[in-house]
Design a protein. Sequence first.
Length: 187
Amino acid sequence: MNIELCATYQDRTAAREMVTKLGGRFYCEQRDDTGHLPFAAMICTQTDDLAELMTSADVGLYMVCRRVIKPRANPDQLPGAIGLFPMVAHPDLGHAQSDAHWRDRHAPLALKVHVAMSHYTQLSIMHCFKGPVLDGIALCGFESLIDLRENFFDTPEGEKAIHKDIAQFADTRKSPRRLIVTESHFS
């Protein structure tokens, strides 16, 4: 587990400039029309320059704990597409209980049902400095966009089980829409 700062942006160019300067991971939505999405890009970095990120991030800034649930088989080969799922905790549970369910119960189910998933990381949000209040961000990596779109679930029963489980720990009405992003690393 690592503690990182993750900044979200509508301005993809500003996000790329900041991650180029600070280093880290750059997650970028590839679709041209991003107006219906909660943000268009996210950077995750380890830096002590909080003020610069606060100024730069035009949507939100979060302190996260990165939990790698399923590591990449080849860390140097980035997957073709990542489903990025922002999550708001279930109102009856709050952050701590929702996060524990996500980590301890949902993660094993996701590994079972998402058989085509090449890697899986949970970003547990520990603090929101600015922007929409979120409790977590799931990063579900696939080797191709086709796998992400067409092979996300192993069976219809698996899909039902995932949706039922998500409703137990997340507020499915308040959780923002999924992004489909690519990942780049900057040093």
